[in-house]
Design a binder for this molecule. Sequence first.
Ligand SMILES: NC(=O)c1ccc[n+]([C@@H]2O[C@H](COP(=O)([O-])OP(=O)(O)OC[C@H]3O[C@@H](n4cnc5c(N)ncnc54)[C@H](OP(=O)(O)O)[C@@H]3O)[C@@H](O)[C@H]2O)c1
Length: 369
Amino acid sequence: MAARFAFQTVPERIFRQLVRRSTSGLEGLGRSQCVNSVSTEHSRKYRAVVCTELKKPLEVQTLSRAELKPEEVRVSIHCCGVNFADILACQGLYQERLSLPFTPGMEFSGSVIETGPSVTNFQKGDRVIAVTEGKGMAEECIINQKLLWKLPKEVSYEEAAALPVSYGTGLLALQHRAATQPGEVVLVTAAAGGAGLAAVDIAANVLQAKVIAAAGSDEKCKIAVHKGASSSINYSSSNLKDELKKLTNSQGVNVVFDAVGGEIFKDSLSSLSWEGRIVVVGFAGGAIPSIPANLLLLKNISAMGVYWGRYRNEDFGLFSKSIFTAIQLCKEGKIRPHIGAVYKIHQVNEAFLHVAQRKSIGKVIVSMR
Ligand SMILES: NC(=O)c1ccc[n+]([C@@H]2O[C@H](COP(=O)([O-])OP(=O)(O)OC[C@H]3O[C@@H](n4cnc5c(N)ncnc54)[C@H](OP(=O)(O)O)[C@@H]3O)[C@@H](O)[C@H]2O)c1
């Protein structure tokens, strides 16, 4: 179960290299294949994205409904968030191979259309948000009631599909792991990505930290500042370490949320202040850095990791709380997920390509409507 949520670093690096060197195998992703696409909610058939062969374009197929087990709920899906792990799974580069054929998609929003006899918490018509092991890129799916959270009317289906993975990770990284305090300086790298922009939102607007956003283009920096960052650094055109020195008057930053790795991680680590904390979130840049232990000692620094999906097995209470908190904060208007692009189900291959090619800003959504 946990493996579906693993953010595998080595396969990710291989995948990123694959994307950089050649888009063979991905080129086809731009051309969605749609098989037998007509269905209605009452026909007991539904459309689903299906990975039938690794590294090949995904198909949209019409599938037949299965029967519900007692604790299961049938959900009509509105929107599904696209995560990098979905792309890896469809490339066969994920830690645990899913057996073919499978439907990708690990977070979605929708409404309940049927409940099993033992389901007590949900009823037909309820708006919900869900976290799954795949299955989310479809018009409907069956899911255990334990993995559903009620969605208030104030939160749109699009926003909801962008909350669990990115905001859940941001909350556990910045609050639970790094114990970020109001007024502290937080550096977020890849600050306009799915996880990055959520981290900026949480740090600036919930934890009242002073955020420095670091990203790979001026446009991305601008979006992160619009989300609440106090300042930004374009690390494609300037030196991260030098700029951080200037921005903090050589004091350094208290907390780092790093989803890039490599040299960006190293510059961030050496820019920490006394008793600073760096949270390892991912290695989108491809390189897994090492940490010189003397650096930790000299400034009483802590380096820590966060692996949000793993909390589902290790501490379900905390995992669930991270989703519930994200929903509440969104309902109260304290956070607002940025939806960078919305694709229709038949455009799923274009959606995957958009994320894989580093073009995405905020969250990319696949809409079933
Ligand atoms: N630990 C967890 O629980 C957890 C949860 C969610 C995501 N993650 C990880 O966090 C990372 C970001 O995820 P995400 O969903 O936010 O993905 P994303 O939106 O695609 O963000 C990735 C960003 O990384 C930056 N980047 C830097 N070097 C890159 C390179 N060589 N190739 C591609 N991108 C590069 C890019 O931003 P710039 O152009 O601004 O550099 C890109 O937009 C991934 O490694 C993912 O696996 C981990």
